[in-house]
Write a protein that binds this ligand. Structure first.
Ligand code: ADP
Length: 415
């Protein structure tokens, strides 16, 4: 995209910088991004907000600053980040930020595109906390903190659910009493939408084909993991549902379960709501099965002969193949299967095992391409295979920065 621009235009557009904020319950991840070139000017992470052993790590070019410091709340965390920006010659309160893009986890039925944040929007994001009690309150705190520090700068919410807003009714509906479902907003929403949208667009670009001409399956395999099926660029199904708990096996989340397990746990193991929540969100998945949630540690355990780690790996792959089969049928054929995020981009074993023995469906992985030490967008299927198997690095921050810039440019007076 940038290659066609003249150097002068490039500089003019690149002078716009968007601060991207991903605010969690006890952390804030941030990046200062040039939305056109995709260059990251600076990035950082504030951790353990509200605890005694807080910290910040801030990187600008080749300079990285770390500090152990108590961070009282999100506003204090962002203020600390702004101090680090200032120390490296970027005073964000004086100049330079065109917009702030916030990753907001749940947009419910209400938000399905990047949205300029005003009081009403902020209130609604807060009200949607009933659907995402672990995430939306933290997102609200991040937004409020930036408002305090940069009151004049436009802020845009980019929703993790938005891309899946138009899921077909059959794919988004749970077979429970429809009155109960309506009363409580119970439907499948889908998450990681920013990544699925970005990566599927990149895949189409990589193949030199318009996105609306392709059937795609995208596996986002990070700590959280999800898969989507897209027809002509639009999602027709995705593995996460009302919450990010459904679907694939994840680092610490169970993914799909018999819902009866929850009832059984409450009756037989006397777990209360927060006990079940903790078990399924933080103590399950790879961590629950093997004691570790990082794939590199899992690999070390498997290599050392740990049987639980082996089972965890096999369950992880089994679930991936389960969804692959379902989505192949839903789509009636696929042009491209793409792997992204930490595990998807870096773990050749998972990619090979997920797609093993599917030559009859036109799906194959070339071992040499799959294990090549390449970190850029690439094809790992044999050149003549009917289905393109791709590895595409995701970049949610860049997608959020671009969305935030687009909204501020489209809304007069917002800058
Ligand atoms: P998050 O969902 O937190 O953004 P990531 O997309 O960073 O997560 O993915 C985290 C997972 O990716 C971890 O299980 C980690 O082991 C795996 N991972 C990251 N980098 C590598 C690597 N170079 N080799 C193998 N696995 C990796």
């Amino acid at each position: 995209m940038t290659a066609t621009r003249s150097g002068e235009q490039e500089t003019a557009v690149d002078s716009k910088l968007v601060l991207v904020v991903n605010s969690g319950s006890s952390s804030i991840k941030y990046q200062l991004v040039a939305p056109v070139s995709g260059k990251v000017a600076a990035a950082g992470l504030v951790q353990r907000i509200g605890e005694d052993n807080g910290s910040i790590e801030h990187t600008d070019g080749d300079r990285t600053m770390t500090e152990e410091i108590r961070v009282a709340d999100h506003t204090a965390g962002l203020r600390l980040a702004f101090e680090k920006f200032a120390e490296t010659g970027r005073d964000l309160t004086v100049a330079g930020v065109t917009a702030v893009g916030h990753r907001v986890v749940h947009g419910g039925e209400i938000f399905y595109r990047p949205t300029l944040i005003d009081d009403r929007v902020l209130r609604t994001i807060s009200e949607l906390s009933t659907l995402a009690p672990l995430h939306n309150p933290a997102n609200v705190r991040g937004i409020e903190a930036v408002r305090t520090l940069l009151p004049e700068v436009a802020q845009v919410a980019v929703f993790d659910t938005a891309f899946f807003h138009g899921l077909p009714e059959a794919a988004r509906t749970y077979a429970i009493d429809r009155q109960v479902a309506r009363a409580h907003g119970i439907r499948r929403y889908g998450f990681h939408g920013t990544s699925h949208e970005y990566v599927s667009g990149q895949a189409a670009q990589f193949l030199g084909r318009p996105a609306d001409s392709l059937n795609q399956i995208v596996f986002h395999l990070g700590n959280g993991a999800s898969v989507s099926a897209l027809r002509g660029g639009r999602p027709v199904d995705t593995s996460m549902g009302l919450t990010p708990l459904e679907g694939l096996v994840m680092g610490t989340r169970s993914g799909d379960l018999d819902p009866g397990i929850i009832l059984h746990l409450m009756r037989a193991a006397q777990l209360d709501i927060s006990g079940v929540d903790r078990l399924l969100n933080r103590g399950s998945g790879l961590r629950g099965l093997a004691g570790v949630n990082d794939f590199r540690e899992l690999r070390r355990l498997i290599d050392a002969g740990d049987a639980d780690a082996r089972t965890a790996y096999d369950v992880y792959v089994h679930r991936i193949r389960h969804y692959l089969g379902a989505y192949l049928i839903e789509l009636g054929g696929v042009d491209a299967i793409t792997f992204t995020a930490g595990v998807g981009e870096n773990n050749p074993d998972i990619r090979a095992d997920a797609l093993a023995g599917l030559q009859g469906f036109g799906i194959a992985v070339d071992p040499g391409r799959n294990t090549a030490a390449d970190r850029t967008a690439r094809r790992i299927s044999p050149a003549d295979a009917p289905v393109a198997v791709l590895v595409i690095p995701t970049n949610e921050e860049l997608a959020i920065a671009r969305a935030a810039l687009a909204v501020t440019e489209a809304e007069p007076g917002s800058q």
